[in-house]
Ligand binder design. Sequence first.
Ligand code: CO
Length: 135
Amino acid sequence: MIQRIHHIAIVVSDLDAAIDSYQNQLGFEVGKRLLIPEQEVEIAFLPAGESMIELIQPTTETSGVAKYLAKRGEGLHHICLTVADIEASLEALAAKDVQLITPSPIQAAEGRGLFIHPQATHGVLIELLEPDDPS
Ligand code: CO
């Protein structure tokens, strides 16, 4: 059911500063940059072969990402894996009583996704994504 790592997401306090570091010190190219008001975040995707790094900066103090940043500081936020059929994945996980954060798939920047609770994954938030563009 899992196909590949789509992106690894890193929460940052200052997106401009993080992009500057990744671009000018670490040699990454900067891809898409998006403000997502409904999720109270701004993100930037940095291509890395067949995967990407996703930098996430909260844009409010109240979002889940903002609370995560306040509590744990900058660092790894989640790993995103692609699946062919998000509904089938949801059904398979529900059948095994896997604890989810999103009870049904949500529209994410790159497709439809769901989040698996870190308690079910030994400590890492995992996003499953059915990409809009499966390339
Ligand atoms: Co993500």
